[in-house]
Design a protein around this ligand. Structure first.
Ligand SMILES: [Cu+2]
Length: 425
């Protein structure tokens, strides 16, 4: 599994003496940068790789000091708008959740400064990277916690592996990850890939328990989550993925949530080409339209976008494409609630019985009746034909023949006579 070259790289790293994390001296710490969301592209220009796009996110800035690539992560409280109408009090890195995407190239020497501005200790684990154990970031096992106010240094040589990895705390994980502390760590290959990629996206999957009317995720919740996010945003707040017809597209999914997510694409089939464990040989790749992204893993999928249109791309767990969910309520489908509605109205003026014919009537509820503060409707978002009745882990893959940039081109212009129609029209 490990090449001789990788072994040598490790030996060199060991010889350099940086085997354990240490506290930073004030004069060596790079400035703190909080990149603006979506402002950091184009970003990395590795050999033959396109700019990586973290939808609704950003790329981590760096500086080079004596040939070493230096990053400065700041663990801190952040406010994150999940979609218009809901802002959550989270924890993250450099003003964001997920934290900005770190990009490096195979073989590079990196130095990662971590400043802790949380009210409790933390650490950073580099998920999937084969680095010296003293840099692994597990509180108690490989280091003591980084205390509030301290800045520590992780330093290592990127081993002979490339692909999609992640970073997250390995200290009070239940709280710190529930609050959104996670990010991508992308290693680009030193040599150009055999098949050039035109569009490269990174999407982190997460779940949250933000009880209706509240602002802070509940870290004690184990299974009963109510918000499901792509890069800490819910539909319709999720950025659309714009590609040109014929583009070879890569989407990197990471999952640090508490559920597995089967992510489905319409109109295309993709192949899983890599996991956080390594690249998959071509003989081991098979086409599918849904990739299961288990907890604690990454999956890189690739496909040719050869079918123009507006294609749904979403988690196939139907409750994961809903916002502030109405789960746990009595099942009223098929129930005549007429008499009940009048009786309750005598106690609660304005009460509306709902759900007799399904849940679609509850969409746009916010327009009909005020909900709790900071709580999104269960299903929302409009397309060119009306309400899409989705939330959570949903976005749109926009495949276009005629675009000259990857700016959002608006809704698809369907060719005459190509849209489903009512039989009697
Ligand atoms: Cu899901």
């Amino acid at each position: 599994m490990f090449s001789r070259r990788a072994f040598l790289a490790r030996s060199v790293a060991a010889g350099a003496g940086a085997m354990l994390v240490r506290r930073a001296r004030a004069d060596e710490v790079p400035p703190i940068v909080r990149p603006k969301l979506n402002s950091a592209r184009p970003t990395h220009t590795g050999a033959g790789t396109p700019s990586l796009v973290t939808p609704n996110g950003a790329t981590m800035p760096f500086r080079i000091t004596n040939g070493v690539k230096e990053f400065h992560l700041v663990a801190e409280p952040v406010e994150r708008e999940f979609a218009e109408g809901m802002t959550v009090k989270c924890w993250g890195y450099n003003g964001q959740t997920p934290g900005p995407t770190i990009e490096v190239t195979q073989g590079e020497r990196v130095r990662l400064f971590v400043t802790n501005r949380l009210p409790e200790h933390t650490s950073v684990h580099w998920h999937g990277l084969f680095i010296p154990c003293g840099m692994d970031g597990v509180t108690g096992l490989t280091q003591t916690g980084i205390q509030p106010g301290e800045t520590w240094i992780y330093e290592f040589t990127i081993p002979d592996q490339h692909g999609t990895f992640m970073y997250h705390p390995h200290a009070d994980e239940m709280t710190q990850m529930a609050f959104g502390m996670m990010g991508f760590f992308i290693v680009h290959p030193k040599d150009p890939p055999r098949l050039a990629i035109d569009r490269d996206f990174a999407i982190m999957l997460h779940n949250w328990a933000v009880h209706p009317g509240t602002y802070r995720p509940d870290p004690a919740v184990m299974v009963d989550f109510n918000m499901w996010t792509f890069n800490s945003r819910v539909f319709p707040g999720t950025e659309h993925l714009v590609v040109r017809t014929g583009d070879r597209v890569r989407v990197r999914f990471g999952n640090l949530s508490m559920w597995n997510h089967p992510i489905h694409v319409h109109g295309h089939a993709w192949k899983v080409v890599a996991t956080d464990g390594g690249q998959i040989p071509e003989a081991g790749q098979w086409p599918e339209t849904t990739v299961l992204v288990p907890v604690g893993t990454t999956r890189d999928v690739e496909f040719i976008a050869d079918n123009p249109g507006d294609w749904a791309l979403h988690c196939h767990m139907s409750h994961h494409t809903m916002n502030a969910m109405a789960h746990g309520i009595a099942n009223t489908v098929g129930v005549d609630q007429g008499g009940v509605e009048q009786k309750i109205q005598s106690l609660l003026p304005g009460y509306m019985a709902m759900g007799r014919n399904g849940m679609a009537e509850m969409q746009g509820m916010a327009e009909h009746m005020p909900g709790p503060a900071n709580t999104l409707p269960m299903m929302m978002g409009n397309g060119q034909f009306g309400e899409i009745e989705m939330g959570g882990m949903f976005t749109v893959l926009k495949v276009r023949d005629d675009i000259t940039s990857y700016e959002d081109p608006g809704w698809y212009k369907f060719p005459e006579g190509s849209v489903a129609r009512k039989a009697d029209s």
